[in-house]
Write a protein that binds this ligand. Sequence first.
Ligand SMILES: [Zn+2]
Length: 64
Amino acid sequence: MNKYLELVGYARPVYRKCELCKRVKDVNYRLDVKNAESSVMLVGSLDLCKHCAANMGEIIQKED
Ligand SMILES: [Zn+2]
């Protein structure tokens, strides 16, 4: 997995706004965005619903 973009699953879903599709629903994942120069530092994170997390997961794993 990409070390600059990391999908982290929540232990239990949180009902809030998905920051990708902007819909308020069960949010199951968080996408941590790391600093491009040092993957140890966290720039911020986005809450994602299951659908968006699945899409982001596929994007992260694409190599081209
Ligand atoms: Zn979403």
